[in-house]
Ligand binder design. Sequence first.
Ligand code: SF4
Ligand code: SF4
Length: 475
Amino acid sequence: MKPTPIKQFSQKELAAQNRDQPLFEAAEKIYPRTAHGWFSNWRWLLVWFTQSIFYGSAWLNWNGRQAILFDLTARKFYIFGLVIFPQDFIYLAVLLVISALSLFLFTTIAGRLFCGYACPQTVYTEIFMWIERKVEGDRTARMRLDKGALSPRKFGLKMLKHGIWLAVGIWTGFTFVGYFTPIHQLAAEVLAWTLGPWETFWIFFYGFATYGNAGWMREQVCKYMCPYARFQSAMFDKDTLTVTYDAKRGDPRGSRSKNADYASQGLGACVDCGVCVQVCPTGIDIRNGLQYECTGCTACIDGCNDIMDKMGYEPGLIRYTTEFALKNGLDSKSMWKRVFRPRVLVYSAILAAIIIAAALTLAARVPMKVNVIRDRSMPRITETGTIDNVYKLQIMNALEESVTYVVAVEGIPGVKILTRNTIAVAGATNQAMAVRVEIPAGSAPGGSNKISFIVRDEKNPDIVVTEKAVFIVPR
Ligand code: SF4
Ligand code: SF4
């Protein structure tokens, strides 16, 4: 067979093609219509819940200080009664593991549940869109306003909207920084115009990031910037719940009068009203199947259910279902049985085990840490033949009140501390003490001998830490 010749394009043709197919296409602005319904109510409930915690808890006090404060300068994290030191960062690592596993688990069960309900991008976009609706009106009013020529009214509305957006963004940045610098102090500095350069930078950085992401970029962050959108499909399988259009029930689509017997007209339940597309914040048509742009926000479920209700049809033409259930016509009970499949049970068991282990470890955590370093000077042999070694004990008090600790030593017959054996350490601080330890002549062989320091809370002897060390005897 003769090979097909490869067409050679002239420079002119190539230039023309480049003009026809630009590498960059400007995004079309999306004007989402408001959806009302069960899922929207849940989404708003979560917006209120997460944002009340975020904006509110920075102002809470506990034991005379900010209840939640990540004090990077002092390298201490305060979370209500808990003080976390750099040595405790294992708990933060465990928290990250728990978060990652939860994300795997919830994605396996119900796809982009996190994106649709709890992701900051979704939450702030929802808040910014609400402001936009309040200022500029509903979808049609906003489209009309944008199409119209610049007028004093349009200018005023745009200024008002951007002014409120910026205020919310800057307030969000201020609250965020308030978790790292005591927020009352930060507020006083703002009012007195004495804010430091770093605080100013981070407030504006985080503020403008919120304004830009939730006000301007919106669905483009989810579509083009978020890596989760790209790899989440690896966690999906045919039993994962996703927002799906039931094509078997909906097609063929077409308009009809409310009381018409649509089946006799050869139509499905979809009236082709386009509401599911109009409410979609990413501007996609869910009837074309599962798409990576879908954030699982469920607005199309509420929008379509509203139409079904108006038409007097069963709700759920667009609903949470699985690929397997849809293909095999499973009822809801059989579908849920398959949703809780071995993979989900294994993820749940691992997650539960890690959470329980972390909680038990945290509950049993001794609020004190001791670090022992032997002084590198040579052991001292006294005139009576006793031998001394010197140690530096670094004692960290993880409680918020001052504690007096008593230090004892054991491991060699007759071993004792010659210097002061008590030390008071202020709350959430650490302090070093030098300790001289002595053993009687001939009580230990030459070389390294194991000893242990026992550091005990004077008032609460149950709080105790034993730390191993070596005692050097000259050969
Ligand atoms: S398709 Fe539906 S669930 Fe997906 S983003 Fe659009 S409205 Fe939300
Ligand atoms: S909202 Fe429902 S009825 Fe309307 S076009 Fe979408 S799927 Fe069809």
